[in-house]
Ligand binder design. Sequence first.
Ligand code: SF4
Length: 169
Amino acid sequence: MYFFSEFATNRKRINYILILFARKFKPARVFAYPIKITVCPGTLCNLNCVLCPVGQNDKGREKGLMEFSTFKKVIDECGPYLYKLDLYNWGEPFLNKDIFKMVRYAKKFKIKVSISSNLNHFNEKICSELTKSGVDHLLISLDGTSQESVNKYQVGNNFVEVVTNMKNL
Ligand code: SF4
C-alpha cells in the first residue's frame, strides 16, 4: 500500500524497505525514519471536556503553542520520509495562528496531513484558509447530537455553531 500510495516518492519507498527490513531482522540499530508522525501544534483548548487533561487544566501539562521554527525543524528532518502527519493531539489546532503555514510546509514534502478540531474557534477567515491549505483529512470532534447531550462531555461546546460551521465548510 505504501509503495503505490499517492504520497510515495522513491526516497520514501527506500526508507519503507528499511523499515520492513528492521521489522523482520530486528537489528540493534534502525536506520529508517518514521513514515507517520503526530505533531501537536499546541496544548491549549477553548473547551473543557471532562476526561481531557488539557480541558481540565491538568497541572502536569505545560501549556503552549508550537512555534513554526520548531515545526520546520521536525519536518525538515522527517518530511522527506513521511507519508502521514497528524497535526493534532491534545489541544485545539486552530488556536495556533501558524497552523496553515505548517500545513502548507508539510505539503511541500508530499505528506498526507490530517487535522482534528472541535470547530468552536472558527470563522470565515479560518474556513477559507482551511479549504485552501491542502489539508487532506479533517476530523470534527462533536460529542453529542444536541446541545443538551454535548454538554455532558464537551463542556463549553456550542452545538449550533459547530453544525453551522460544518455546513459552511
Ligand atoms: S476538544 Fe479535545 S483538546 Fe479540547 S478539551 Fe476537548 S478533548 Fe481536550
